[in-house]
Write a protein that binds this ligand. Sequence first.
Ligand SMILES: Cc1cc2nc3c(=O)[nH]c(=O)nc-3n(C[C@H](O)[C@H](O)[C@H](O)COP(=O)(O)OP(=O)(O)OC[C@H]3O[C@@H](n4cnc5c(N)ncnc54)[C@H](O)[C@@H]3O)c2cc1C
Length: 381
Amino acid sequence: MDFEKNENQLMITQMVRDFAEKEIRPNIMKWDESQEFPVDLFKKMGELGLMGVLVPTEYGGSGFGYFEYITVVEEISKVCGSIGLSVAAHNSLCTGHIMQFGNEEQKQKYLPKLASAEWIGAWGLTEQGTGSDAGGMSTTAVLDGKDYVINGSKNFITHAISGDVAVVIVRTGEKGDSHGMTAFIIEKGTPGFSGGKKEDKLGMRASETAGLFFDNCRVPASNVLGKVGDGFVQSMKVLDGGRISIGSLALGIGRGALEAATKYSKEREQFGKPISQFQGVSFKLADMATELLASELLLYQAADRKNKGQKMTKEGAMAKLFASEVAVRCGNEAVQIFGGYGYTKEFPAEKFYRDAKLCTIGEGTSEIQKLVISREVLTGN
Ligand SMILES: Cc1cc2nc3c(=O)[nH]c(=O)nc-3n(C[C@H](O)[C@H](O)[C@H](O)COP(=O)(O)OP(=O)(O)OC[C@H]3O[C@@H](n4cnc5c(N)ncnc54)[C@H](O)[C@@H]3O)c2cc1C
């Protein structure tokens, strides 16, 4: 493996950095405090190709691989985790599911709109009663003539209100049967389909999170993604890639926290010298930098396997687990290095700390990643 960033990654890094400094950084606390989901920003990112990073060019996407994808999510998340989370969810969940399992007609219809951000995508697996145990879901789709009628709800869905299209996984068979669930594409405005109230969150506040509701929502059978009964198995494959997303998000937040803490430690003086000259502070920076590089290398390994079409369930889960826990440690240490100022909203450290925590929960908690990794280890994979 070549660990040097290729020409494409270097170009993307600069382009995303410039964009984030100009369009995101000046607004982050305004969006954070008001919990505003800045839809117009996503349209601008669509114009730059950041909303269809992995989508092939024939469907209007950028046609890049996972190394470039990590770069995009990392660079945005260095500045704002909320925007990074929404970019990641749009690219790898909704768009990723249609890209991997849609038929030609579905790909032609939805991918160009999603890649350009003309449409924002949502993806619904989690329910109120079933998060880690997603396979135990209660929302049902029942065949009635040529349509399916969906009843129930989904919980904690990114872009549940502003999303123009959602991929939702619902029960079409028996509970407990991993082939008893099916993925459907549902467009905003479909009668009986609505978004709920926005969650008031600890962090990631500019990324919209809400419930999705289905009240006798009728969708044509042609909206099924792949085969009836394959929805859960498809979701697990989508989440394999999604773990690279959340790992990259965590990497970006951690690096943002490190950059801010490093700069501050050189400026802040106590006992007549910059606090960076105290080993108690500089060793924290050393630990952060080391763990972040280790996160990046785990992510690159998972990305390399994904680019080659190899199984990467274990590697993706390891990268997500490690990078998320590291991001939380980096957020924590950044607040510590900023001292009392780190505890205020005048300085960036507290936001990195709040945003980072989502990474150990979303798309499978740290405990669930360990479950996945241990299962792979025990079966010799
Ligand atoms: C901001 C945000 C955005 C989200 N976006 C989406 C989205 O777009 N689409 C979507 O479908 N979902 C989304 N989610 C949901 C997210 O994936 C779930 O919250 C997550 O999977 C955990 O589920 P839960 O919240 O029900 O927790 P639970 O499953 O109830 O877990 C509670 C605790 O029990 C632990 N636990 C559970 N089972 C086990 C076990 N077997 N062994 C050990 N420990 C266990 C967990 O690790 C956790 O610590 C989002 C959540 C948030 C907060």
